[in-house]
Each structure stands twice: as structure tokens, then as C-alpha cells.
Design a protein around this ligand. Structure first.
Ligand code: ZN
Length: 509
């Protein structure tokens, strides 16, 4: 007699999203026991596992897929957006000020807002005078969406301007305007850094947001943060509704080694990922390292945030220690330098984050190596005609950027993530399916697999996550509509998210 299931999800269009996926549902029901999938089959067959204590969930024909894995995110930032004032939808400065005033009423101390985009109203950054209207006795900070610029009120300037590099404090007629950039933000970050209790609030808000988007696993990038401790405390208290893979910044490398942590150590829910470093910066800031100069800044070819020798040395040490390495590299020179170093190691599934500006020879090398291309399909928004890439790097390199189709065709391994711009897998899938060029675009199946099986592989989790199969963790997402039949994939509603067989989000009407 077969043991009964704990839960049965039935009357669904099940897409296991294995390598054999055709876009047609291959099963109607999934049975779960002890957090794992025990059967994926017709409703008739799975019904044999329906015992007296089995809970049956009728999905009324909805589409069931493996849960999304966001392979590159920053959960503290997602939490900040959810907990502090979210300025990303503001249409004008007045909107921003209203949102900040509402936040002032709900909080004590610092009044923080995140994600404003001045291009929505004609390009003027928020000023000190505007922010003084929110408060003249509490510090007020509004961060621009890229987190490289912030607007602050007079209280902040009076208390901290002496600790900010003068060249990073914008002035008009000799007076600070309230706009501060780059290193001037360090002191703000330090002063507003959450303690473990504050971080707990951020991470709980972030995981609720992730679950509402169908995300069941994240690869988080952490630096000088109480997040690793808080994740483990939430795990011990059974309060973690997302699987977390922690990638530690390079300045934690010695501590990771000394405390005996290694890649894949951990529990069912919280595991050690790799060591993360920058090489270059970003296209927007003209700091991505290119082999030929920027189109809109002749003679400039970007800059190293971490010099190549340091990166190469680190990669060697991380590889020797048996840890996974994960390297931020956006420009083609940065990707090349990273590959040079990876090719000198035994190549244990190391990762390149972003890998936006590609050359044919780099694609060939990415395909040949056991390297994961951890990319952000939502960045294709900049690769559209007239988008940010057009100005910065010109049309040829714009069209050659983020060539997901060519990468897959060549045999490279692709894992998709959001970098929280925005966190939303279906938005990313839609961008990849509807990419500007053929070489950049993926089929619905390929894009979904990059956001599921791809992330699982990047996290050494392919034997337990990323597909709907017997023996795998019962992590899935239920959608209102089939992405293969939809003409608005980004607009498909998430109906339910399940992690380890437990419903962590339910929005069925
Ligand atoms: Zn990032």
C-alpha cells in the first residue's frame, strides 16, 4: 500500500519545465509528502494517494510551474522599498513629497524614500528646499533608483556634510543643493544601516514580496549586513518562506574561510553560495570596462572598480578553497579578464554576473567553460532602440549585448535574476521573449527555464530544485494563465506560491 500524500494539487495544467518541456501540459496533478514531490501524473493516478488526512487543492485548470529562482538579488533593497517610502511610481516631485510625508507619520528618526526617477518629470533632482517641506527637525533622504545619488534635507546636510567628499556634494552659488552622489552616500548608509531587528523587518517584507511574484528561491548578495544571521534565525524559527543562497562579498572571504563555511553548506532553506566581487561598474555610469571607448565619451573606456590582478588573485584563492566564485563583469574587457582567470582554475561552476557587453569570441569561451552566465533579462529595457545603450555604446554593441539566444545556442548556461530592477520574474521572461533582436531573444520555455532550472544549476541545486519532478522539493508557482498562450506575459497574475509543499502566497479569487 502506497503512503498517502500530505497535499494534492489537482486539476492543474502542469509544466514540469524539464529539458523535455514542449509548452504543452504533461500532467494534471502533483502529490506532496514531507515537503517533497512524490508524484506528478494525471488527476486519476494521483487520486490514489488521497488518504483521510490528505488536503486536496483544486487549481481549477490553472498553470503550475516550478517556483522561480531569482539568481541575483538584494533582499535588503527589496525590503527597503516595501518598508520605507517607495518613490518609484511618483510622477512628479509633489508625489514624492507626499509619499515622504506619509512615511514621516509612520516612522521615527530618519525619513527614507527609495527609487525616485526624475526622468518622469523633466529631469530635475529633488532639492534640499523641497525635502525641508517634509521635515525641518528630522533627517530626510530620497534615493534615486540607481542608489548612486540621493537628495537630502537641511538636517542631513548640517549633521553630515563634513563627512562627505566635497566633490560629491552638488552646489549652486556655493551652497549645497541637497543632491549628493557616490561616496557621499556612504555616511548615509552607515547611519541608517539596519540593526538585526530592522533587517528582520526588511527581510520579512522582501520574502512576502518575492512569494507574491512566484519566487521560491533567491541568491542574495550580502555585504557588511546582519542578513546572514537574520536568515538563519528565521530558518530556525520556521519563518522563512523562501530558500536563500547567500553570496558573501569578497571582504568577508577570510572570515568565511576561518569559520569553516563552504559552498553548499547549510540547511534545507539557507545555504552558503560563493564569494562575490566587482570588477567594473555600470554602463549608465560609463564605468563598465570596454575594449573600445564609449560612443558618447570619446577616449573613455570605463574603469576598474577592482583591478584585474586583485580579481585574478581572489579567484585563484577562492577556487583553491573549494568555494564558488561570482564576479560582477559588465563590459567586454571585464568579462574577458574574468574568463582568463576562470580558465586558469579547475572551473567548478563559477559565475559571471550581468555579462552584458558580449563579443563573439567571449560567447564561444562562455559556452566552452563550465561557467554560469547569471544575467538580467530586464536589462533588455536599456537595449531597445533609443534606450540607454544607444547613447552609451552605439547601435552595434547595443544589438550585440545580452545575446541570450546566441548564448544558449552556443551551449552556455544561463541563470536569470532581477538585480531588483524590478524584482519580477514574469517581467524578465517577457523582456527575453520580446527582445529587440533574434540573437537576444528566447522562447517562452527557454526564458522560463533560465528563471527556474538555470538558477537551480547556478546554486548546485539541480537535484532538488528548478523542475516539477518526483523527489524534488515541492516548490511551485501557480499562474492564472499559461505563459505559452499569453500575449502579455508580464501581466499574468500569480495565483499561488508553494514552498516545501506549504502555501506561502494565495491570491485565488
Ligand atoms: Zn546586484
Amino acid at each position: 500500500m502506497t503512503q498517502a500524500a500530505d497535499r494534492i494539487f489537482t486539476n492543474a495544467a502542469v509544466h514540469p519545465l524539464t529539458a523535455e518541456e514542449t509548452g504543452e501540459p504533461t500532467a494534471e496533478a502533483v502529490a506532496v509528502r514531507d515537503g517533497s514531490i512524490v508524484r506528478v501524473d494525471s488527476a486519476y493516478e494521483v487520486e490514489f494517494l488521497n488518504g483521510v488526512e490528505t488536503e486536496v487543492i483544486d487549481l481549477e485548470g490553472r498553470t503550475l510551474l516550478p517556483g522561480f529562482i531569482d539568481a541575483h538579488t538584494h533582499m535588503d533593497i527589496v525590503g527597503k522599498y516595501a518598508t520605507e517610502a517607495d518613490l518609484s511610481e511618483a510622477d512628479d516631485p509633489t508625489d514624492c513629497l507626499d509619499l515622504l510625508a506619509a512615511q514621516r507619520e509612520e516612522s521615527e528618526g530618519w525619513v527614507l524614500g527609495f527609487g525616485y526617477d526624475e526622468s518622469a518629470w523633466g529631469g530635475e533632482y529633488l532639492t534640499r528646499d523641497q525635502l525641508d517641506s517634509v521635515s525641518t527637525d528630522r533627517p530626510v533622504v530620497a534615493y534615486r533608483e540607481d542608489l548612486h545619488l540621493a537628495s537630502v534635507n537641511s538636517v542631513v546636510l548640517e549633521a553630515y556634510v563634513d563627512q562627505m567628499p566635497a566633490e560629491d556634494v552638488r552646489k549652486a552659488d556655493g551652497e549645497p543643493t541637497g543632491v549628493v552622489v557616490e561616496d557621499a552616500l556612504d555616511v548615509l548608509r552607515e547611519e541608517t544601516a539596519p540593526d538585526p531587528e530592522g533587517m528582520r523587518e526588511y527581510l520579512l517584507a522582501a520574502q512576502a514580496e518575492a512569494n507574491s511574484l512566484g519566487i521560491t528561491g533567491v541568491h542574495d548578495m550580502v555585504r557588511n549586513s546582519p542578513a546572514p544571521r537574520v536568515y538563519r534565525e528565521l530558518d530556525q524559527a520556521d519563518e522563512l518562506s523562501v530558500r536563500v543562497r547567500i553570496n558573501y562579498w569578497r571582504d568577508h572571504f577570510d572570515a568565511v574561510i576561518e569559520t569553516g563555511l563552504r559552498t553548499n553548506h547549510g540547511t534545507d532553506r539557507v545555504r552558503v553560495g560563493g564569494i562575490k566581487t566587482f570588477t567594473d561598474g555600470s554602463i549608465g555610469g560609463r564605468t563598465a570596462k570596454l575594449s573600445t571607448p564609449y560612443a558618447d565619451a570619446p577616449g573613455e573606456d570605463g574603469s576598474w572598480v577592482v583591478d584585474p590582478e586583485t580579481v585574478q588573485d581572489l579567484i585563484e584563492r577562492v577556487d583553491d578553497a573549494g568555494l564558488q566564485m561570482t564576479v560582477h563583469a559588465i563590459g567586454d574587457s571585464a568579462i574577458e579578464t574574468t574568463l582568463d582567470a576562470y580558465e586558469a582554475t579547475d572551473g567548478q561552476r563559477h559565475r559571471i554576473e550581468h555579462a552584458e557587453i558580449l563579443r563573439d569570441d567571449l560567447i564561444d569561451r562562455l559556452a566552452d567553460e563550465d561557467v554560469v552566465v547569471s544575467a538580467q533579462p530586464n536589462f533588455l529595457k536599456w537595449a531597445r532602440e533609443g534606450g540607454l545603450y544607444t547613447d552609451r555604446i552605439g547601435d552595434q554593441r547595443r544589438e550585440d549585448s545580452n545575446r541570450f539566444g546566441t548564448l544558449l545556442e552556443s551551449g552556455a548556461t544561463l541563470a536569470f535574476g532581477s538585480d531588483c530592477m524590478p524584482m519580477d520574474p514574469l517581467f524578465g521572461v517577457a523582456q527575453a521573449v520580446d527582445a529587440p533582436t533574434q540573437a537576444q531573444s528566447l522562447s517562452v520555455t527557454e526564458a522560463l527555464r533560465a528563471y527556474t532550472a538555470g538558477g537551480a544549476y547556478a546554486g548546485f541545486d539541480e537535484d532538488r530544485l528548478g523542475t516539477v519532478e518526483a523527489g524534488h522539493c515541492a516548490d511551485f508557482v501557480v499562474l492564472e494563465e499559461s505563459p505559452w498562450e499569453s500575449d502579455d506575459i508580464a501581466g499574468i497574475d500569480v495565483s499561488m506560491t508553494v514552498v516545501g509543499g506549504e502555501t506561502v502566497y494565495d491570491d485565488r479569487g
